[in-house]
Design a protein around this ligand. Structure first.
Ligand code: COA
Length: 377
């Protein structure tokens, strides 16, 4: 029996795996992808380059990038059965449910799902990464009663997703913004959803199951769901003048302020300033400065009162809102980007696998005797 004094609530401080993929240095506010500081990558490389980096350990040269882009573009089409399944879901289904079920169902139709060579497994990973935006965008069109449109192989991952949502090739700035959001969200050490993906694949289940697990884990408001929570909170607060009272009330009642705080970062989340900068630029352009002003005020109060910093979700919410993206697609966008990291972690786990099986400390009763059912209260 495990000793209860060794329990780490929420596995805080527990090192669950070695990885070459990414490192979150919470004490100094640094995030590394395969040796590159996120500040070095952000604005200099595309999401597809980051997918290559995480999957092959190095940034692609021109030919490698072209090959990966062509591979992703060729894998985008989803089977009619999946489209029919999505059409059958109630229109008010939260999109994260659809994304989770869509990826799970894609596994039913993929005859290569139990592939056991590294190359074939990598193909499945790229296939999933290419299809998750399509599942998301198709559901969005279907729920609006619109026709779905085929992907455009000439568009980047970010642009194609926006194209599938709106039916129009996006402005370069909008594409660039979503691409940067993808880059910033692509991987993040042993976060909850990545851990859950590794736990699933470590049983030698299949890649679709591992990614389905990860999507379900990301969905929660303490993880990827926080970005939706941020905008809902901003809407509830309504005006800059109401911020102080609202946050004061949260603090008095120990209510969590969405988008604030982090298990690992005890200083600024290095992704937040990139998103904050984007949020400021977009807000100024759109003439909707209210949300970013409210966000900045909330961040100031939380830092002063609780020494807690804004995290990645805090400003990404304002960025997506200003771009006119529906609120319930914020977490699916996070899932789309994080599929790069999840799939890379799954392959890394398989390359040196051992079942992940922690213990629990039993704190229930002992020695009970069975009472015949007729005599039970
Ligand atoms: N708002 C208000 N207080 C917060 C807070 C927040 N967002 N985040 C942490 N705290 C406070 C807790 O109330 C607690 O205070 P106490 O010691 O006075 O009771 C302390 O900070 C520790 O919080 P805890 O929830 O134990 O930290 P954690 O490491 O388990 O949780 C998060 C980390 C991210 C889950 C947490 O900060 C949170 O819930 N944030 C909001 C959701 C969010 O933005 N998630 C996205 C993360 S990228």
């Amino acid at each position: 029996m495990a000793d209860s004094s060794t329990v780490s609530r929420g596995l805080e401080g527990v090192v669950a795996a070695s990885t070459k993929l990414s490192d979150v240095r919470g004490d100094i506010g640094q995030l590394i992808y395969c040796g590159y500081d996120i500040n070095e990558l952000a604005g200099q490389v595309s999401y597809e380059e980051v997918v290559h980096l995480l999957h092959y350990g190095h940034l692609p040269n021109k030919r490698e990038l072209a090959d990966l882009k062509a591979q992703m573009a060729s894998e985008r089409e989803i089977p009619q059965q999946i489209i029919d399944m999505i059409k059958g879901f109630p229109k008010d289904t939260p999109p994260m449910h659809v994304v989770r079920s869509g990826i799970s169902a894609l596994g039913c139709l993929d005859q290569e799902r139990d592939a056991d060579t590294p190359e074939k497994r990598r193909e499945i990973c790229i296939r999933i990464a290419a299809r998750i935006p399509v599942v998301t965008a198709y559901f969005h069109r279907i729920r609006q009663g619109k026709e779905i449109i085929p992907s455009d192989p000439n568009l980047s991952e970010a642009a194609n997703f926006l194209y599938l949502l709106d039916g129009q090739t996006p402005e370069p700035e909008k594409e660039k913004t979503i691409d940067l959001c993808y880059v910033l969200h692509a991987d993040h050490g042993m976060n909850a959803s990545t851990f859950s993906a590794r736990v699933t694949i470590a049983t030698l289940s299949d890649i679709y199951s591992a990614i389905t697990t990860a999507i379900g884990t990301l969905k929660g408001p303490l993880h990827g769901g926080a970005n939706e929570g941020v905008i809902k909170m901003l809407q509830e607060i309504g005006t800059l003048e109401n911020v102080d009272d609202y946050i004061g009330d949260c603090l008095r009642n120990k209510k969590k302020v969405m988008g604030i705080g982090h298990r690992i970062y005890k200083t600024l989340d290095p992704r937040a300033p990139h998103l904050r900068k984007m949020a400021h630029i977009l807000s100024e352009k759109m003439g909707e400065a209210k949300w970013i002003k409210m966000s900045d005020r909330i961040a100031d109060i939380m830092l002063k009162e609780k020494n807690l910093h804004a995290n990645v979700d805090f400003y990404s919410a304002t960025v997506y809102y200003t771009l006119g993206i529906p609120v319930d697609l914020y977490t699916p966008i996070f899932a789309i980007a994080r599929t790069a990291g999840w799939t890379a972690h799954v392959l890394e786990q398989l390359a040196d696998n051992r079942l992940i099986r922690p213990q629990s400390s039993y704190i229930g009763p002992e020695g009970l005797k069975v009472t015949p059912i007729e005599q039970r209260q």
